[in-house]
Write a protein that binds this ligand. Structure first.
Ligand SMILES: [Fe+2]
Ligand SMILES: [Fe+2]
Length: 131
């Protein structure tokens, strides 16, 4: 498993690649603000900041416009994009969709099952107003 800083760097690079030519409802600035605030609050609360930062960076990954999978075809992350294409159209909840996308991506980065489930839960619940 890579170090925390390396993992976060990979996630940021991934987001930059996919956000660069796409117009998110919630864009890169929003994601950066949420991650910064999340780490600040997480530190105060004694949370696992790697989980918090990961979930914050990826929390809106499911908030993609229709057609993203088409635009992104041909990029390096082919497995991921196949997966995305399967779920983008039928999804109505970007928290649920984002959790599925994040799980796939984080598995490839070497996050443990427990870590992935934790991140997934945070992402899927951010659209539900529970807890
Ligand atoms: Fe969101
Ligand atoms: Fe958001």
């Amino acid at each position: 498993m890579m170090e925390h800083a390396q993992l976060i760097e990979r996630i940021r690079a991934f987001l930059e690649t996919y956000q660069a030519d796409l117009s998110y409802c919630h864009g890169a600035d929003h994601v950066r603000r949420v991650a910064k605030l999340g780490v600040k609050v997480g530190t105060q609360e004694g949370a696992d900041c790697q989980i918090v930062e990961t979930a914050a960076l990826l929390h809106d990954i499911g908030n993609v416009p229709l057609g993203w999978s088409k635009l992104a075809l041909g990029r390096d992350e082919n497995d991921f994009l196949d997966f995305l294409a399967l779920y983008v159209l039928p999804s109505t909840d970007h928290g649920e969709l984002g959790a599925l996308i994040a799980e796939r991506f984080l598995e490839r980065l070497g996050y443990s099952n427990e870590e992935r489930q934790h991140v997934k839960r945070i992402i899927s619940e951010h659209t539900k107003g529970t807890e």
